[in-house]
Every structure is written in C-alpha cells, then in structure tokens.
Design a protein around this ligand. Sequence first.
Ligand SMILES: O=C1O[C@H](COP(=O)(O)O)[C@@H](O)[C@H](O)[C@H]1O
Length: 266
Amino acid sequence: MALSGVQKDRGDLRIHESMDELKTDLADYIAELSDVSVKERGFFAIALSGGSLIGLMGKLCEVPYNKTVDWSKWYIFWADERVVARNHADSNYKLAKDGLLSKVPIVPSHVHSINDSVSAEEAADNYEFVIRQLVKTHVVSVSEINDCPKFDLILLGLGADGHIASLFPNHPALDEREEWVTFITDSPKPPPERITFTLPVINSASNVAVVVTGEGKADALHLAIEEVGPDGSLIPARMVQPTMGKLVWFLDKQAASKLKNSDLNS
Ligand SMILES: O=C1O[C@H](COP(=O)(O)O)[C@@H](O)[C@H](O)[C@H]1O
C-alpha cells in the first residue's frame, strides 16, 4: 500500500512500494481527473512531459482504463518538447505516440504537437498561438486570476538536476512571466533546442502531478520538497506551486529516500 502524506505548501506525497503500485495509482489518478473534467467541462486538456513519465503511464493502455476512459474527450499537449523532427528518437511526441497515444482511441486532431519544421523560437510562438485558439473555444480553461490557460492536468518529470519540463536551474527561462510557451537553445541536457511551458502556465493548472522514480532523483526531490539550496536558491521543481490547483507527487521509495520531514500515513 502507498504511503501518503501532505508536506506543508508542497502538496500531496504518494510513496509507492513497487513500480507496479505506482503505475496503477497514477493510472487511477489520471482516469479519475479525466472523468471529472469530462463531466464538468466536456473536455480533458492534459499536458505531458517526456522521459520516464510515459512508461510510468503505461497502465492506461490496459484494461480497464483503455475501455473506461473517455478518450474521445482528451486533448493532448506537451509541457515541453525537444525541437527535433517528430519521428526523431529524442522527440517527446514520438515517445508518447509509441508508448501511449497509438494504443488508445485518441482523436488524432486532438493531439497538439509542436511544428517541427521551424526554429525553436517560431515553434514556441506557434504553440502558444494554438493554445490561445483552444482557450477561446473553451477546450482549455482559463485561469480566474491571470489570463493563463488552466490545463486540467499537467504531468511533469523531475531531472536529477531539479529541472521540470525544459526549465533548467539558473536558466533565464525561469523568469519568463509574459509568454505561455518559451524556447531555449542551450539546454544543458541534449538536445539543446527545446520549447517549454513557463512557470505561470504550470502554476495555473487545475492539477499538477510530478512523477519521480529512482535513487538518482532523491537529492533533487529533497530540494524540491523540503529544503532550499545551500545558497538559498530554488531548483525549478521547487518553483512548481499551483496558485489555485492541486499538486501531487508520485514517488517510489528510492526517490523518496532522502525526505526527512514528511508526515506520512499508510
Ligand atoms: O529532458 C527531459 O527530462 C525530463 C526528465 O526526464 P526523466 O527521463 O529523467 O524522467 C522530462 O520530464 C522532460 O519532459 C524531458 O524533456
């Protein structure tokens, strides 16, 4: 059984005994949010990340979720994307398509990947434009406190350096407050060119889930949840603080092994 708890101002922590348990809990959580959004709004606007996340969402392709989820109401976006061709091994779209989207009955026109034939700057501008059109038609809600899109769910991974989406430590993209989608050409993790949701968009979502596994992420997770860095600086994951929405951390025991103060119950 998962241990769960609340860390003051840092959301709900769900720590899982096994990978299988984490995958089932994550699939249940996503399926439930999809049900609620479809009932309340008629759509489910979900933003994915790349990396290990897609494999951890794998149960959604299996019974019962593949039959019970209302896939026809899903609208898919990416919280970050690498600026490479859609069929390139580094593409977050390709990862999600091969691992998830091709295995469930998603409507192809509801899958909003970036334009892969333009520069990173143009891809970011185009992507923001696409999201603006979908906000106008209410497919994506709008935040009550700023003009940002309010995604029903944004799913994030965590890098060992503390990055989320393509927001890396000490990068000026962390300070972007005007744009919804920005670009970088100097990612410390290859490939260098990426687009990414900005912090105001991430923090305007109704729900944000950060999915973190493995001992290699334990230090970053500790800094994201419990402590600021030695110089008082915040890692990007620490800046994920939904203003009105709910934040949940899906963790395995290895990733959670350096948490000290969390108040956990089984
Ligand atoms: O480069 C990226 O890395 C992060 C973390 O990936 P993981 O494999 O360590 O889970 C990912 O969330 C992001 O979308 C991706 O572009």
